[in-house]
Design a protein around this ligand. Structure first.
Ligand code: B12
Length: 317
């Protein structure tokens, strides 16, 4: 068995559900142009980190000097069947924060690689999850992990869209995998039709300022979309759950990401009364922790108002 196969086997052993390898060459030029246009047209809603370090984002070898390969991993987070909640937390945030989890396992993968190399062999690596200036979906697609759907998610044909990505960028030269040959979304546009705020533009642009995930995490201005946010307290999964690939995806049994069922049955009116301690009890070391209690209460106020309107039968606009 070669080193790349050993690395893949180890990645599965470490709890990843998919792994593929691509080169550290720049991402596809059409993708680069699409990201530049997206930023020029301010579809990134002023998310500052998206317009910074663009050269690095397009070219992993600028992120890590002399990088040759990118080992792309994915972990599925499809949760068990959930009760209906009056304040919904996006599925990824029902688990422990995935950033340190994935990073730690990528570092363990690097430690393993070290043991497989000749003594004294010089190599470098950087583990990245979400916050690094890398086009994670473009790299994962090129590494054969799946395809990019109309909901803009990297969709693995068997694991679905509820997968989180990570990368080990390295100076090691490893044989690259081929992108998957798939039918993609074909004529299906269920995600576009399901999005409550029309954030998925039919011309292929992602309209960040309309996305409920953005509004509930990064924005104080709901731009008149309050009533469309419905019960979504943090993040949004509508375009993921509408996807037939997601609906047909089987749930992988072995995920070591810790799941917190207490986050699945929240009441907006209770959250409005929460102390900092109660917030910490429910959301410490989760992705929700970052937005803080004050922003969560702002979101809860909107959920409560939408619930009140629903109770009195007022039609949501
Ligand atoms: C900024 C960001 C956001 C922003 C903006 C979203 C966005 N679509 O860009 C906000 C805060 C809204 C957000 C929301 C979410 N995010 Co986010 N986010 C990122 C981040 C940091 C950068 C994404 C980026 O480069 N955007 C730039 C745009 C232009 O790129 P793009 O969406 O890929 O769009 C281009 C391509 O799709 C391209 N394209 C190429 N081929 C094709 C094919 C078709 C058919 C189409 C239509 C387009 C297309 O054209 C588009 C140009 O406009 C990445 C981490 C990273 N470093 O990459 C995580 C990341 C994309 N997010 C992730 C997740 C999980 C989410 C949420 C599901 C969280 C939630 N439940 O609330 C939602 C999903 C929203 C969505 N449908 O995209 C995961 C996605 C994993 C996956 N399976 O794809 C990532 C990779 C983080 C991670 N490490 O796992 N996110």
């Amino acid at each position: 068995m070669g080193l790349s196969q050993d690395i893949k086997n180890k990645a599965f052993e470490l709890g990843f559900h998919a792994v593929g390898i691509t080169t550290a060459e720049p991402i596809d030029s059409a993708y680069i142009q699409a990201i530049i246009r997206w930023i020029e047209q301010n579809h990134h809603a002023g998310l500052k980190y998206m317009s910074k370090n663009l050269e690095k984002r397009f070219h992993p070898a600028l992120y890590l000097k002399k990088a040759q390969s990118v080992i792309c991993v994915a972990i599925q987070y499809k949760p068990p069947r959930l009760p209906s909640s009056k304040a919904q937390i996006a599925h990824f945030a029902l688990y422990e924060d995935y950033h340190p989890f994935i990073k730690e396992r990528l570092n363990r993968l690097a430690e393993y690689i070290q043991t497989q190399l000749p003594a004294g062999y010089q190599w470098h690596y950087k583990a990245a999850v979400d916050t690094a200036p890398l086009a994670e979906r473009a790299l994962a697609q090129r590494a054969g992990l799946g395809f990019i759907g109309k909901n803009h998610m990297l969709i693995h044909p068997a694991l679905g869209c509820q997968i989180l990505l990570g990368q080990l960028v390295t100076t090691l030269e490893l044989p690259a995998d081929q992108p998957l040959q798939t039918d993609g979304c074909k004529e299906c546009d269920l995600c576009l039709r399901a999005c409550p705020t029309e954030a998925l533009s039919p011309d292929g642009f992602f309209l960040t300022h309309r996305c409920i995930s953005y509004l509930t995490q990064y924005s104080d201005d709901f731009a008149g979309l309050d009533s469309r946010v419905g019960r979504r307290l943090f993040g949004c999964d509508v375009c993921l759950l509408a996807c037939p690939y997601e609906q047909n995806a089987s749930m992988r049994q072995k995920s070591e990401l810790a799941f917190y069922p207490q986050r699945t049955a929240l009441e907006p009116n209770q959250i409005l009364q929460w102390t900092q301690e109660q917030f910490d009890q429910t959301f410490a070391k989760s992705c929700v922790e970052r937005i803080g209690l004050e922003k969560l209460k702002k979101n809860a106020r909107i959920c409560a108002e939408n619930e009140r309107k629903k109770q009195i039968g007022e039609k949501e606009v």
